[in-house]
Design a protein around this ligand. Structure first.
Ligand code: AR6
Length: 357
């Protein structure tokens, strides 16, 4: 079976992993990296002693390979130029088995990407000597791949090489289930969209994941020449209370964070920033939203005529930094980006080079 996932071809075939002509093949290794039975034994047998020699060098450097991690060696006499050795979990029936198996696939794919590898072949990791239930392993493997390929990648082909007709059928049926999963936009508003994605869980049940899509935002700590900071105070419908915040705004379609915050500084507090430095960017709540915020430090502020637009209900508050830090401590400033931004400024004030601490 062959299908395209974005620009990457997924092939599911019956065969022997040692005979694949892909640029890399993946070995279902163990933590010692010293070889074993099954796929591992076959790869070392066909690839010759060079692979074991390189595995021993890796052992000398880092002492083997933890479960879920991956390392790379040359392919010795194999057709494949590279062998990625990963260690799947030994089935224990605990929830973490799924995570570790997922990690084995994700770390192998990431390593392949880092090496610029275009085509890679996987066996069915953990489902032989390590006794991971086959259907469950197929769900974890194919879901991990499907999720990995949601971002643009340079991989052109990912091939699963399954040892028997029966194993191939399990993987094919599992792919049919995954490709039938639905995703729908439940709500499209001015500020957010709500997307509902059907997910296939390792035990075969389906669940719905709710994602709040948001274009992202930019904010800034505006520092006046005398060291005071300018905040805004306003009633927030979502919290039902008045909140202190640094100036911030939602990105417009295609807008750069820097341009967004320049505009917001003018609109919210009536200042033009002479200098904007990016301090940090972070996901606000990755459990359910893709919103990312960029935090800047704004200095060289020049007062301009305030262009309030929709912001007429804002009250501008100017505080010394010690006053602002005290308000954080007392729980009076409780907006995440404001706390994070102010604490960053505080660290920068007290150390010459914040990031090299
Ligand atoms: N090509 C493709 N698939 C194969 C091949 C092959 N040449 N040989 C076996 N399989 P296993 P694990 C299938 O036991 O469960 C080793 O001793 C096999 O039918 O190789 O991750 C290591 O050193 C099964 O479906 O890997 C570890 O100690 C799948 O590959 C331990 O086994 C995986 O079986 C790892 O166990």
């Amino acid at each position: 079976m062959e299908v395209m996932i974005g620009k990457t071809k997924l092939s599911l075939i019956q065969g022997d992993i040692t005979q694949q002509n892909t640029e890399a093949i993946v070995n279902a290794a163990n933590t010692s990296l010293l070889g074993g039975g099954g796929v591992d034994g076959a790869i070392h047998r066909v690839g010759g002693p060079q692979i074991l020699k390189e595995c021993k060098e890796i052992r000398a450097r880092q002492g083997g390979c933890h479960t879920g991690k991956a390392v790379i060696t040359g392919g010795g006499k194999l057709k494949a130029r590279w062998v990625i050795h990963t260690v799947g979990p030994i089935w224990s029936g605990k929830n973490n088995d799924d995570n570790l198996l997922r990690n084995a696939y994700c770390n192998s794919l990431t390593l392949a990407e880092e090496k610029g590898i275009r085509a890679i072949a996987f066996p069915s990791i953990s489902t032989g000597a390590y006794l991971f239930p086959l259907e469950r392993a197929a769900r974890v493997a194919l879901t991990a791949l499907n999720d990995f390929l949601k971002k643009p990648r340079c991989l052109e082909e990912v091939r699963f090489v399954l040892f028997s007709k029966e194993i191939l059928k399990v993987y094919e049926d599992c792919w049919k289930e995954i490709s039938g999963l639905k995703s729908k936009l439940a709500y499209e508003g001015k500020v957010v969209k709500l997307r509902l994605d059907e997910l296939l869980l390792p035990d075969g049940r389906k669940s719905i994941h709710e994602t709040v899509e948001h274009r992202g935002a930019a904010c800034a700590i505006p520092l006046l020449p005398d060291g005071r900071v300018v905040l805004v105070k306003q009633f927030r419908q979502a919290t039902g209370e008045i909140i202190y915040e640094i100036p911030a705004g939602r990105l417009e379609e295609g807008e750069e964070p820097q341009d967004c915050i320049k505009r917001e500084l003018m609109e919210e507090i009536g200042y033009r920033a002479g200098k904007l430095e990016l301090l940090l960017f972070y996901y606000v709540s990755p459990g359910f939203s893709n919103e990312m915020i960029h935090i800047f430090r704004a200095t060289g502020l020049k007062e301009e005529k305030q262009d309030t637009g929709e912001h007429e209900l804002l009250e501008i508050v100017t505080l010394s930094l010690p006053e602002a830090f005290k308000m954080i401590k007392e729980g009076k400033i409780r907006d995440g980006k404001t706390i994070l931004g102010l604490l960053l400024i505080r660290s920068k004030l007290s150390t010459a080079n914040f990031w090299n601490q």
